[in-house]
Unconditional design. Sequence first.
Length: 70
Amino acid sequence: MTDEKKLDELLPPPGMFGALSPSYRLKRRQRRLIEQIQRSRTGDHRVPTWVLALILAVLLGGWLTLILLS
């Protein structure tokens, strides 16, 4: 696919409500999902998954402690 073709897909269809077109919105959503999956596959995460899991565990543990001790 050429660069011009890619740019054409990202532009909304002509007309006053072109950006609200269901087919255009679907294409944009698919493009964003594909880009997100490609970023995820590279492993270039800003915060490692284990850190997020640890934060979640601490928050849930604190919440449960607060409920059980009050």
